[in-house]
Design a protein around this ligand. Structure first.
Ligand SMILES: Nc1ncnc2c1ncn2[C@@H]1O[C@H](COP(=O)(O)OP(=O)(O)O)[C@@H](O)[C@H]1O
Ligand SMILES: [Mg+2]
Length: 244
């Protein structure tokens, strides 16, 4: 966090806008957003409900396309890739962590984590080795054979983080990953996300709690789809959100 040289840019958004609908019904979910996330950097996104946080994440991850501007991930302009190439880049480079974990209930922890690698054509044996490594990194290798319903909420979220960063994936997009957790598990998930980013990843984290944003290197504030401020000081977050 402090005193480290910033790494190369993983995610770059320039002039990004997203309009839903047309004419009178048009909703500007995002307007003219510029944002970079570098390797080793965790950036928090805060803002009131409906301010465009989830839209920002889905566009950063190539799940939705902007109606204006450009998004570059690891040097590739998402808008100029074919649908197939974009899907491949998503599978290889980008991981999502959701509030409700989104694990496959019929698969064990290790199978859940190995799944994106197997979908990317990696041989099962190697995918499992990579999955075990990712689970070890989030401190739950011993739970590899458990099913999601045999894990606590915090443990499930660790599995989701391992899945988001298995293999060569380096960009993690987390949409309120602590939203369904008690405060102790929430802090633990943040500690793991922070450590994983420090070990060689970049993260974009949506949260509405300043104490979780405090784990980030900086915080970007959205209001009505516009970045209204960007700061490293979480106390400023509370100030701004109080006025939102
Ligand atoms: N598919 C959609 N169609 C129309 N409007 C949408 C759609 N998705 C999001 N929006 C609108 O875009 C704005 C931003 O939504 P969202 O990104 O989900 O905000 P947040 O995650 O900050 O709560 C909201 O006004 C929302 O209603
Ligand atoms: Mg949202």
């Amino acid at each position: 966090m402090s005193g480290r040289e910033p790494g190369p840019v993983l995610l770059s958004m320039r002039g990004v806008g997203r309009v839903h609908g047309h004419d009178e019904a048009a909703v500007h979910a995002l307007r003219d957003v510029d944002l970079d996330v570098r390797l080793g950097e965790l950036v928090a996104v805060m803002g009131a409900s409906g301010s465009g946080k989830s839209t920002l994440l889905t566009i950063a991850g190539g799940l939705d396309s902007p109606t204006a501007g450009t998004v570059t991930v690891a040097g590739d302009d998402l808008g100029s890739l074919s649908t197939k190439a974009r899907a491949r880049l998503r599978r290889r480079s980008i991981g999502y962590v959701f509030q409700d974990f989104n694990l496959v209930p019929a698969l064990t922890a290790i199978e859940n984590v190995a799944l994106p690698r197997e979908l990317d054509g990696v041989a099962a044996r190697r995918a499992r080795a990579e999955a075990l490594e990712a689970l070890a990194e989030v401190g739950i290798a011993e739970l590899a054979r458990r099913f999601p319903d045999e894990l606590s909420g915090g443990q499930r979220q660790r599995v989701a983080i391992a899945r988001a960063l298995v293999g060569p994936r380096r960009l993690v997009l987390a949409d309120e990953p602590t939203g369904a957790l008690d405060s102790v598990s929430g802090e633990e998930v943040m500690r793991i996300l922070r450590a994983r980013v420090d070990a060689g990843a970049g993260g974009l984290l949506v949260t509405h709690e300043a104490r979780f944003a405090a784990w980030a290197d900086r915080t970007v504030f959205l209001r009505d789809g516009v970045v209204v401020d960007s700061t490293g000081a979480p106390s400023r977050a509370e100030h701004l959100l109080a006025g939102a």
